[in-house]
Write a protein that binds this ligand. Structure first.
Ligand code: BJ8
Length: 431
């Protein structure tokens, strides 16, 4: 595959059956394919094993959708998600499938703004707009959307989204006291009952244990990838790792973990051979902050185009998704669900207060990734990340870590301005 000829495959008949706006979606498909070619396939010296992930993108609107439809036909529920708080293990144990829904595109925002206020998070608008405009096959396929009460923009949008596609909302605690843990455990049990009702299948201890192993294996593969990219020089670009972290949310988990491990084998050989991407003395940047939902590649592209390399994402599309595993030896349902509750309560989303763990985690990841500086990335109107940024900035100042804050959206309008700021930041680091 090369940058000029790459194309995302078209499945107009299937899209028609899914009730999509086929003509408009087809234009979006062509545009996405072109951007993908320029952003990813134009990179030099990519690992050979990235071919699987390129192929996954080529089939993003077809191959995976066919798999989801086949699963549904076999009675397996398909759940669309927007947050790493979904207890995926429970869905898997009932034979179901989780798919992360797109929310990283400017193209669907005008659809959302016909209904929602303009001054809310672009991720929420983008995701909502995909349903309004009927331009995402994933949201057309799902049995229900999993929503959560992490932030105000999301929780109020679910009420409106629910009129278009069934939306199940779980209450996420905002603190981590004992009472919050008890409440979250109760929420998990109710979610399990809902999944069992939908699938017609009881979630047994055996099935749940198997699902925990599947998810742990997938998370272990991503941890391995992240550890390998921390090598100096790094054997893979930040863009490619971000892409894999995004694909993690919709690919079949066993296949995905196997492919990531194959890639890791190749990266180990590259490290031994001293192969560097992009060059041995490239400035190493760690990104922290909000998730970058598909196809949000803007910041990574700008940073790496300026000659630096991104070596870590402290983000839900990043380490927050895979840093924590679960015990695999739970003997009874109550113990497993309690372990699961603990694992998910370790997620240090900025919706929590206080959230000191996240500040510590950012510093820990900075040290582990051998980065030279941190860019904190927030989306416009995301109050929790935009305010928590103050504490990250203070911590970086205390530790003498070069630091920059970027608040952006999905439009191309601030590209020039971000490019200039990134270049100045890299110069500051180079000294
Ligand atoms: S666990 S980070 S995936 S909520 S950026 S929509 S918070 S206004 S994405 Fe998130 Fe779950 Fe937390 Fe992770 Fe709201 Fe902020 Fe937008 Fe956000």
């Amino acid at each position: 595959m090369d940058a000029e000829t790459f194309e995302i495959k078209a499945y107009p008949e299937m899209w028609q059956e899914l009730g999509m706006d086929v003509a408009r979606f087809d234009k979006m498909r062509l545009m996405l394919g072109e951007i993908y070619g320029k952003t990813f396939l134009s990179q030099q010296n990519r690992p050979v094993r990235m071919a699987y992930f390129d192929q996954t993108i080529a089939e993003i609107h077809g191959g995976r959708i066919k798999e989801l439809l086949a699963a549904k036909a076999a009675g397996r529920p398909v759940i669309g998600t927007f947050c790493v708080y979904i207890p995926e293990e429970v869905v898997l144990a009932a034979g179901g499938i989780c798919v992360g829904l797109c929310g990283g595109s400017q193209g669907s925002i005008p659809d959302a703004e016909k209904i929602l206020p303009r001054n809310i998070c672009p991720m929420v608008k983008s995701a909502f707009g995909f349903k309004v405009g009927r331009v995402c096959p994933y949201i057309q396929v799902v049995d229900f959307v999993y929503g959560e009460t992490t932030c105000d923009a999301k929780k109020k949008t679910w009420e409106i989204l629910d009129t278009m596609v069934p939306t199940y909302v779980m209450e996420i605690p905002q603190m981590k006291n004992e009472s919050d843990r008890t409440m979250w455990l109760h929420e998990v049990k109710e979610f399990k009952a809902r999944i069992e009702e939908l699938s017609g299948k009881e979630v047994t201890v055996d099935e749940l244990t198997k699902a925990v192993r599947v998810m742990n294996d997938k998370r272990r593969a991503l941890q391995r990838l992240n550890t390998l990219r921390h090598a100096k020089p790094t054997p893979i670009s930040g863009k490619d790792v971000l892409l894999i972290e995004q694909i993690a949310f919709y690919d079949e988990p066993v296949r995905f973990a196997a492919e990531v491990n194959e890639l890791c084998d190749e990266l180990e050989q590259r490290i031994t051979a001293g192969e560097a991407v992009p060059s041995k003395d490239a400035v190493r940047i760690m990104v922290a902050g909000v998730p970058m939902a598909l196809p949000n590649w803007k910041l990574h592209h700008l940073v790496e185009r300026a000659g630096a390399v991104i070596v870590n994402e402290e983000s839900c599309i990043g380490t927050r998704y895979y840093k924590d595993l679960m015990a695999e030896d739970g003997q009874d349902m109550e113990t497993i669900l309690t372990d699961l509750t603990t694992r998910y309560m370790n997620i240090d989303c900025s919706c929590f207060t206080p959230n000191d763990e996240r500040i510590d985690q950012v510093l820990k990841e900075f040290r582990e990734s051998q980065a030279d500086g941190i860019i904190h990335y927030s989306l416009q109107f995301c109050h929790t990340y935009n305010i928590e940024e103050i504490r990250i900035r203070e911590a970086c100042a205390r530790e003498g870590i070069p630091y920059m804050f970027i608040e952006s959206d999905y439009s191309p309008e601030d590209v020039g301005q971000i490019q200039t700021r990134v270049e100045a930041f890299l110069e500051q680091i180079r000294g």
